[in-house]
Design a protein around this ligand. Structure first.
Ligand code: SF4
Length: 324
């Protein structure tokens, strides 16, 4: 299977009071054509910073290193002009809150058409025709009327459908969706996930899905990368992550999910404590202060990512395996 995106040793540092601190540290993953990769973890673990770094949407003061190969071209080496050509055309993006991405003073129709005309030499009429067709594909009823409305006139679910229409209008090869359903009601969440799954299948688009929700991962993903404190701590096929879980942090995330099973009267087990702050990263394993299995070694030495079985890696000293 061909790789659409290959991230190698991506690191991002931010300047805090004159010193640089790693928000993302030596992150590597890839996405194959037509595949959905879930990037999972708590708020503040570096998921969004990773995605913003690879599409070059971080502030100039952020120090980014490593490689982000998109179809063989390193996105981190491209000029801003070259990046503008790729964003919105070959790489589409959807964010959690559509109101922050949609322009409140432009009608929906002109916002979709604008994205099309920015990357294609087509007439206004053709842009309008294609925009209407895209609104139909994302399940918007009365698309002619919606084209004439402003974002504030739509519900949250409709706005997210419009964002998906904008992200998909140029038939991108890769879609980055950052918590696309977090701000929506549960029933609307399911509809939006269905829509994204169907569109990425029909358009043959690869999907980088950033979420804290393992339920969404189970529904949508082929493979999963679990992030903690700026590092990938476990990575593998979705079945391995759920049924052959290795890393204590991933296990903690799974234990914190409510179970529908009425026989199961166990209380939910939250992961105690918080993600360490950028300025106070532990010297050894970054999860050591919250890990129920922490040993002396964990507090002194940082574990590398180890291959624990084919296509399954984990960053934990409990494993005696090959370093990746
Ligand atoms: Fe826990 Fe140690 Fe493994 Fe870190 S290396 S996850 S502290 S057992």
């Amino acid at each position: 299977m061909s790789e659409v995106l290959n991230i190698t040793s991506l690191s991002v540092e931010f300047n805090i009071n004159g010193e640089y601190y790693h928000a993302v540290n030596d992150v590597s993953f890839h996405i194959n054509a037509g595949e959905t990769l879930g990037l999972v973890g708590e708020s503040g673990c570096g998921k969004s910073v990773t995605s913003l770094a690879l599409v070059r949407l971080l502030a100039k003061s952020a120090k980014i290193s490593g490689k982000a190969l998109y179809n063989g071209r390193n996105l981190l080496d491209l000029s801003l002009e070259e990046m503008h050509q790729i964003r919105g055309k070959q790489i589409g993006m959807i964010f959690q809150e559509p109101m922050t991405s949609l322009n409140p003073v432009y009608k929906i129709g002109s916002q979709i058409s604008e994205t099309l005309r920015l990357h294609n030499k087509i007439s206004n009429d053709e842009a309008k025709r294609q925009s209407l067709e895209m609104l139909r594909k994302v399940g918007i009823a009365r698309p002619e009327e919606i084209m004439e409305e402003y974002p504030h006139q739509l519900s949250g679910g409709m706005r997210q459908r419009v964002m998906i229409a904008i992200a998909m209008i140029n038939n991108p090869q890769l879609l980055i969706a950052d918590e696309p359903t977090t701000a929506l009601d549960v029933t609307i969440q399911a509809q939006i996930l269905d829509l994204m799954r169907n569109l990425s299948r029909d358009f043959k688009t690869s999907l980088l899905l950033i979420t804290h929700d393992l339920g969404v991962v189970a529904e949508m993903c082929d493979r999963v990368a679990v992030m903690y404190a700026g590092q990938i701590v476990e990575q593998g096929l979705v079945d391995d992550i759920f049924f052959n879980t290795n890393h204590p942090y991933t296990q903690g995330l799974l234990n914190a999910i409510p179970k529908i099973d009425v026989q199961n009267k166990d209380r939910l087990q939250p992961i105690v404590g918080n993600v360490p702050s950028l300025t106070r990263m532990p010297k050894g394993c970054r999860f050591a202060t919250r890990c129920p299995h922490a040993m002396d070694r964990c507090k002194m030495e940082s574990p590398p990512l180890m291959e624990i079985r084919e296509n399954h890696q984990s960053r934990c000293w409990l494993n005696d395996a090959k370093v990746v």
